[in-house]
Design a protein around this ligand. Sequence first.
Ligand code: PAF
Length: 283
Amino acid sequence: MYIAHTIADLRNHLARFTRPAFVPTMGNLHDGHIALVKQAKTLGDVTVASIFINRLQFLPHEDFDTYPRTWDADCAQLEAAGCNVLFAPDEKVLYPEPQTYKVHPPAALADILEGHFRPGFFIGVSTVVIKLFSCVFGSTPGGVAVFGKKDYQQLMIIRHMVRQFALPIDIVAGETQRAPDGLALSSRNGYLSESERVEAVQLSLALKQLVRDAHDANAELAARLPELEARAMSKLTKRGWVPDYLTVRRQPDLQPPQAGDALVALGAARIGSTRLIDNLEVA
Ligand code: PAF
């Protein structure tokens, strides 16, 4: 695996390829990331991953400083998955001066759900992603980037951004990988204590129930949704969680659904000091 630490080195190395398949990450890799890398291997002529912990997407009280930095293990996993190129810039490479030009995704998509509880989060994500795209695809005709459905709102926003800026990059979604009990794999699962880890699956179970309830509500979905969401949140609260939201939205733009829309249930909740997110698409 070729490791590039500078933009010039990365672009120079990738210039001979026509369709890089790219998986951006913040490191602390788990099987969910590795599944995305393996998917990327089927999509392009060179597979590229990045590891960059992006300060811009963390709020001041969030875990930027303590976010696990697991370089050796990450490299070993990427090598084993057959990743060809790793881009690992340090902060001075990606942000040599304060990043005053930023991508502001539309409020209707980015200030709801995660964006409501983490103001500015998607500005940070969109800004770093467009910059990483410029680094990875800057010397090629374009390519493909793979984003996990686990971060569903992020995936929708990046798709929208790529479409609006007419970037020559296909955005491909990777399925959420789950532990045998159903917990969605996440870098933040490592923060859970043993008992919290056992409890953690309840978030995905609550989303499953919410999907069933939404299905049963059928034509009355829009009217009954507040009651169904409140019930789902209250069940988690009684188990000791602090939910931010559990909701059902229509798939592409995450707006409140009408009967007949393709739906997705999304949730975010804190167990102890760990905030978990998950979602479930309804076919
Ligand atoms: O999903 C993530 O890990 C991050 O938001 C991303 C896309 C790597 C941008 O920092």
